[in-house]
Design a protein around this ligand. Structure first.
Ligand code: TXA
Ligand code: MG
Length: 321
């Protein structure tokens, strides 16, 4: 079994040593748990893909501990820089042009050979590991590719088992949804993936609308596969009644028809709070999946604020596999 270790100074020092030697460490961020390796070590990055069973065409996010560290590797345009200054550390990833490849630079496996790098400064332990190693850390969510992202150390262990040497346990993730991915191109701001920082909040700060990308635009975010976050059960979204043998993922104070028929019900947020719902989403999907029922029925969720990202994840979980 992999070792789940509470976040202590000793555990952090050991994790940094594992990373220095080219190993993998699972560690929490405010969004989800990441499976981290030194972005500059090709063998270590290759090991991330192997461990997750992730296609190598799908590039990774590099995590840094400061804007200064990011500037060693990428070039900031003024809009991206203002977003980083406003929202880092936080659940925001920026896709930025890589500086010319040099020794000591990000390994091309981490970017799938793209001339750009997805980069963010997270809250939580992962940023501290990056600071101590003085290197960016490539980290996708610490789950088998295509499955539900982990928001607790136990969820990482359930999925990756003994495939990872150490899991740092920082408790339940505060945000619970992956970061929002933004790309600035010729002065226009594109939302490549809705996530833990709502598009509305970014729009309010910038004083302008984001361009929504067609999520199937493979060139923009190669990892945005239609089917993702998939539980074993099928998902039925935006339901108006529960059918025989289904579990129910509820939201808000009012229930759909036949709610009492559900095998098991979990409410993402009884008060209808989208922040709370985001935090519970993956955890509750896992819990309902564990019941073994064929279908998880999901009540309607409003598309405002974090609802956009929640619905994005639910649609992928419901997509044909
Ligand atoms: O919150 C998060 O973002 C978590 C934590 C661990 O930081 N990480 C995460 O990574 O969700 P992952 O690998 O599941 O998603 C990374 C996404 C993929 O959709 C990938 O295609 C996209 O980022 N991506 C990576 N590099 C890119 C690039 N250069 N241009 C466009 N998209 C990129
Ligand atoms: Mg993932």
């Amino acid at each position: 079994m992999s070792r789940i270790m509470p976040v202590t100074e000793n555990a952090i020092a050991e994790a940094v040593e594992i990373l220095r030697q080219g190993g993998l460490v699972a560690a929490p961020t405010e969004t989800v748990y990441g499976l981290a390796a030194n972005s500059c070590n090709g063998d270590a990055v290759a090991d991330i893909f192997a461990t997750k069973g992730r296609p190598q065409i799908n590039p990774l996010i590099s995590h840094v501990s400061s804007i200064e560290m990011a500037k060693r590797y990428v070039t900031f345009d003024p809009l991206s820089l203002s977003l980083a200054k406003q929202f880092w550390p936080g659940p925001l990833t920026l896709v930025l042009p890589l500086k010319s490849l040099e020794r000591d630079n990000i390994h091309s496996l981490a970017t799938a050979g793209l001339p750009t790098l997805a980069i963010r400064m997270p809250q939580g332990v992962l940023g501290r590991l990056s600071a101590l190693l003085d290197r960016p850390l490539s980290a996708p969510s610490a789950n088998i590719s295509g499955r539900i992202s982990p928001t607790s150390a136990q969820a990482v262990a359930d999925d990756l088992g003994d495939k990872v040497a150490m899991i740092l346990d920082g408790g339940q993730c505060e945000v619970g949804l992956e970061s929002t991915i933004i790309k600035v191109d010729a002065g226009e701001v594109y939302l490549l993936r809705p996530g833990g920082l709502s598009a509305e909040e970014i729009e309010k700060f910038l004083g302008r609308k984001l361009h929504r990308m067609d999520q199937r635009a493979a060139i923009q975010a190669p990892g945005m596969l239609a089917s993702h976050y998939a539980p074993n059960a099928t998902m039925r979204l935006n339901i108006d009644e529960v059918q025989e043998g289904e579990t129910l993922l509820a939201f808000g104070a009012t229930r759909v028809k036949n709610a009492e028929k559900s095998v098991k019900t979990l409410n993402l947020s009884p008060t209808g709070d989208l922040l709370e719902a985001a935090k519970n989403l993956f955890n509750y999907m896992k819990k309902l999946d564990a019941v073994g029922a064929k279908t998880i029925a999901v009540e309607p969720i409003p598309e405002r604020g974090l609802g956009e990202a929640i619905l994005d994840r639910l649609r992928r979980a419901a997509a044909p596999r």
